[in-house]
Design a protein around this ligand. Structure first.
Ligand code: SAM
Ligand code: SF4
Length: 465
């Protein structure tokens, strides 16, 4: 049992460190980049030094290094998932979000269990194996039980070839006892974004409801981990405050979790503010992050926490998503809708969605694009199902070990996708990529990949090691 956490976000320290490294000295920057190639992570000073980089040549070196680290640890894999919005009811007043309580500009919609099952069926038939269940912070009459029932429903749906094999969750912070119930339902990652770690800004943009309480949110991952949820995800809503401050604050959060629980977050999300119905703030981000700053921040995170997954959602355009794959992104969503019932098409994005999307392509189109860039789409859920979570996952997450598991599993899960769901055009390029990837492998990884892929070709689904 951990002690009630102290204020682990030390604002003064963040400013001191940022001020100390305002202009990055090329020698220092290169030293930090060299240190990062050891793949043991970076400290606050290192990260602050990198945030100060503006010289194009140094930025290029930073990007090259992020690319190299990504390739060494993750290879060419990119894990795919889809968000599943179950309700847009919300009691909070987050000024940037269309779901906020007083926004009359959207239609409210709470999916019944039957409607959730239908949405899941559609996602499964597109080929998805992982969903991120999302909801506003207000549940219908059943209260929190609605969330638990919804997870049960998602796992229960089976179609001819598939089922959802990992349900990750992004919902409002819970009490420890509630987190235990969430764990009991077999969730993968519990994900929550602090939005901004800057208290003054936080207070300004959260006007009502439980979300006003910064500490309740900041300490929610402590409660989740105390409840036994090993994989947790953090994030910042970029655009609300100075991105350099936010990265350093995120590092303090990561360090805190590592110190208290022996393991940091499983994933980091990097949403940028997108326009949202009824939100002036979302259309005019007070600290808009430019495209180059955005790519820089993804690269810095890759160097700073090499073993933590970075998630890129469809908030971003296809072009930006492509560019950040090379900088360290390891998970992407595809074919997303942010309006409950959006996959069935019963509601429209602009009348009940949370924010505007930048990438509207279908899963099949995204996959074909990803393949054309030489990346291997992965639908693997093996680690979580074999209990390789939290510290166990981090122990495994050493380049050599990952190659023995994740490489072969990515290929077999991708072959499963191609056989069961892909269009002929995607099948063609995808199968070629699998062949080429196996040719490039050697030793045990190659043997495993060949064996697993052959089993899938013979009609067996869900094979992994
Ligand atoms: N309601 C819960 C909460 O706020 O934590 C969980 C779900 S909320 C729908 C998921 C995330 O969407 C929020 O944490 C926020 O970062 C993001 N979001 C809200 N408005 C957004 C906007 N206009 N653009 C981009 N992301 C947004
Ligand atoms: Fe509600 Fe979450 Fe939107 Fe805030 S971000 S209004 S809590 S759904």
């Amino acid at each position: 049992m951990y002690n009630v956490p102290t204020n682990f976000i030390n604002e003064q320290k963040i400013w001191d460190v940022l001020n100390a490294h305002k202009t990055a000295d090329a020698i220092q920057v290169r030293e930090v980049i060299a240190k990062a190639t050891e793949m043991k992570g970076l400290n606050l000073d290192d990260v602050a030094i990198l945030t100060g980089v503006s010289d194009p040549e140094l930025i290029k070196e930073l990007f090259d290094s992020a690319n190299q680290i990504k390739d060494t640890i993750y290879g060419k894999r990119l894990v795919l998932f889809a968000p599943l919005y179950i309700s847009n009811l919300c009691a909070n007043e987050c000024l940037y979000c269309a779901f906020r309580a007083t926004n009359k500009g959207i239609l409210r919609n709470v999916l019944s269990q039957k409607q959730i099952a239908r949405e899941v069926e559609i996602l499964i038939n597109q080929g998805h194996k992982r969903v991120l269940m999302v909801a506003g912070e207000s549940y219908p009459n059943q209260g929190f039980q609605y969330v638990l029932d919804s997870i049960k429903t998602i796992y229960k749906v089976k179609t001819e070839h598939g089922e959802i094999r990992r349900v990750n969750v992004n919902i409002a912070p819970l009490k420890t006892e509630e987190f235990k119930l969430l764990k009991y339902e077999g969730i993968g990652t519990y994900q929550i974004f602090q939005e901004t770690y800057h208290r003054e800004t936080y207070n300004k943009v959260h006007l009502g409801g439980k979300k006003k309480d910064y500490n309740w949110r900041a300490w929610s991952l402590h409660r989740a981990m105390e409840a036994g949820i090993d994989d947790v995800g953090i994030g910042v809503l970029f655009g609300l405050f100075d991105y350099r401050y936010e990265i350093l604050a995120m590092m303090q959060h990561i360090n805190e979790l590592e110190e208290k629980f022996g393991v940091g977050p499983h994933t980091i999300s990097v949403p940028r503010l997108e326009p949202a119905t009824g939100s002036d703030l979302a259309s005019h981000p007070p600290f808009a992050v430019s495209d180059i700053q955005f790519r820089k921040l993804v690269a810095i995170l890759r160097l700073a926490v090499p073993y933590t997954g970075i998630i890129m959602s469809t908030r971003e355009t296809a072009k930006m998503r492509r560019e950040t794959f090379a900088l360290g992104v390891s998970q992407i969503s595809a074919g997303s809708r942010t309006n409950p019932g959006g996959y069935e098409g019963e509601t429209k994005d602009d009348v009940s969605g949370q924010f505007s999307l930048g990438d509207h392509r279908s899963l099949d189109e995204v996959i074909r694009d990803v393949v054309s860039m030489g990346h291997v789409p992965s639908f693997c859920t093996a680690c979580y199902r074999l209990g390789r979570t939290g510290q166990d996952f981090m122990d495994l997450a050493k380049p050599g070990d990952i190659k023995l598991h994740c490489g072969p599993n990515a290929l077999s899960s991708f072959m499963e996708y191609l056989q069961n769901y892909a269009s002929p055009a995607t099948q063609k390029v995808g199968k070629q990529l699998i062949k080429d990837s196996i040719n490039d492998m050697n030793g045990l990884a190659k043997q495993r990949a060949e064996k697993l892929v052959k089993r899938v070709e013979a009609g067996k689904d869900d094979v992994y090691c």
